[in-house]
Design a binder for this molecule. Structure first.
Ligand SMILES: [Zn+2]
Length: 459
């Protein structure tokens, strides 16, 4: 069985007439002006696009034929066809992003964070080990994630060259070809992608662009598909045979502090990562797009009218916690004259405001009750305010006068926080509370006396 990803149809696309299809890499590039990538999961959209971009940098370098923004150079397509043996995904010989001779057998679902197994239950879809299979097309897509989106865990599993994945920011065009042009920024030294030359860099080496963009965080070997009538657990097609297992091992420590990922969002030198909000009880700070916006504008060399796709992947060691995406449309203005101070202050002012809605303390058994109340009110009302305020982002960039309307979106949260949390409950509040307490069911009685009374009443 052979399967080269240059000609085999694994890549999901949507045409301009809204029809979806599955194409080989070659066909997708040839028709790139008339289609776009069609992956509902942003992990795949970013991973597959990054593979395409790296492959084209490599084509330009190897063929010495320069990028032509009008259309993809025929010499590149010809070169890809001739190099098909490097993109062989199955078969006995050398395989694309895979290593023979591994020993640690794992279910194929290790390639897909959203179908976790074992005791990692808290996901939309949960399967038992080794019972869910996937088709070869989906296994290719899953493999594309390995250079970008990996969690870390035992035994000695590390999360790739970026460490835990950064927030990725990509300019997203109306077609695949437009997206390629918008993000076309090859930088020297290019080096070689891992399908052409094994990765050989230490964590403190300067890593060339193509090696760093393509190095997988795991050593992988996809085991043969087994005949079955079952449907693929990822795409739902039933091709007649599915992969159930793979060999899956650590690739060692790849995290490299000098590596600058071309798509990682940065604040000066610091790479910005998505935070795990599940353990903090601060769900109000879901994805703080307003916090990220100044960094997007500072670091991305944007032009008016462009679209930015932001993708955050939050993990807690071995656990995949959250994936989110956000598209930001940049208004058609001259960004060179944009004053960023107000945007930079936005996050700061929300934090200050949150601090001010907390004015007193009521201690109950070591807990600060007002603090708990304040968190509850903020968690309920702040995400709503931020979603509404976020809709003004394109206007904010183009017109300062919108700020009053943005501030207004926070008024419900601020008013309610103030009403609930201003220090001191008066005697009427306390009496009302006692009245309510009396009529509440008490599933667990705290002391013996109450328990006795309860049983008497029952008689
Ligand atoms: Zn599938």
């Amino acid at each position: 069985m052979t399967y080269d990803i240059v000609t085999q149809p694994w890549l999901y696309v949507i045409n301009k007439n809204s029809q979806c299809s599955r194409l080989g890499f070659y066909d997708a590039l040839e028709q790139g002006k008339h289609l776009n990538l069609a992956y509902p999961n942003p992990i795949d959209r970013i991973s597959v696009f990054r593979f395409i971009l790296a492959a084209l940098y490599w084509c330009e370098m190897e063929t010495q034929v320069k990028m032509d923004k009008a259309k993809i150079p025929q010499a590149w397509l010809k070169f890809l066809l001739e190099s098909r043996h490097l993109f062989e995904f199955l078969g006995e010989g050398k395989r694309f992003l895979q290593v023979p001779g591994l020993s640690r057998r794992r279910p194929i679902t290790e390639l897909f964070h959203e179908v976790p197994l074992g005791n990692n239950f808290w996901h939309f879809k949960h399967v038992r080990d080794y019972t869910m299979g996937c088709c070869t097309h989906c296994a290719v897509t899953g493999t594309m994630r390995l250079p970008l989106f990996c969690v870390s865990g035992r035994p000695d599993m590390k999360s790739g060259i970026n460490g835990s994945p950064p927030i990725f920011a990509i300019k997203w065009g109306k077609s695949l070809w437009e997206t390629i042009i918008l993000n076309w920024r090859p930088r020297e030294p290019l080096g070689q992608p891992v399908w052409a030359e094994p990765y050989r860099y230490n964590p403190d080496d300067d890593v060339p662009l193509l090696s760093g963009m393509t190095v997988p965080a795991r050593l992988l070997y996809v085991e043969a598909a087994i005949p079955t009538e079952q449907a693929c657990g990822i795409c739902g097609e039933a091709p007649g045979s599915l992969h159930y297992t793979c060999k899956f091992e650590t690739a060692g420590t790849l995290e490299n502090p000098t590596w600058q990922d071309p798509f990682a969002l940065r604040n000066k030198d610091e790479v910005i990562k998505a935070s795990d909000i599940s353990g903090t009880k601060k769900l109000r700070f879901d994805a703080k797009i307003h916090r990220l916006l100044p960094h997007v504008l500072n670091s991305m060399d944007l032009n008016g009218g462009e679209n930015v796709l932001l993708v955050g992947f939050a993990s807690d060691k071995a656990k995949f916690v959250d994936i989110w995406e956000k598209s930001i449309r940049i208004p058609d203005i001259d960004l060179a004259n944009l004053e960023l101070t107000a945007l930079e202050e936005w996050n700061h002012s929300i934090n200050s405001c949150a601090a001010n809605t907390y004015l007193g303390k009521i201690k109950t058994k070591g807990k600060d009750r007002l603090r708990v109340l304040k968190d509850a009110v903020s968690n309920d009302l702040l995400p709503d305010a931020e979603t509404k305020a976020g809709r003004y982002i394109p206007q904010i960039l183009g017109d300062d006068s919108v700020w009053d309307q943005v501030s207004n979106q926070y008024s419900v949260w601020v008013n309610n926080s103030a009403r609930v949390l201003t220090a001191g409950l008066d005697t009427r509040h306390l009496r009302d509370r006692k009245d309510i307490e009396r009529f509440m069911p008490k599933p667990r009685l705290d002391n013996k006396e109450d328990a006795d009374k309860g049983s008497k009443t029952d008689e």
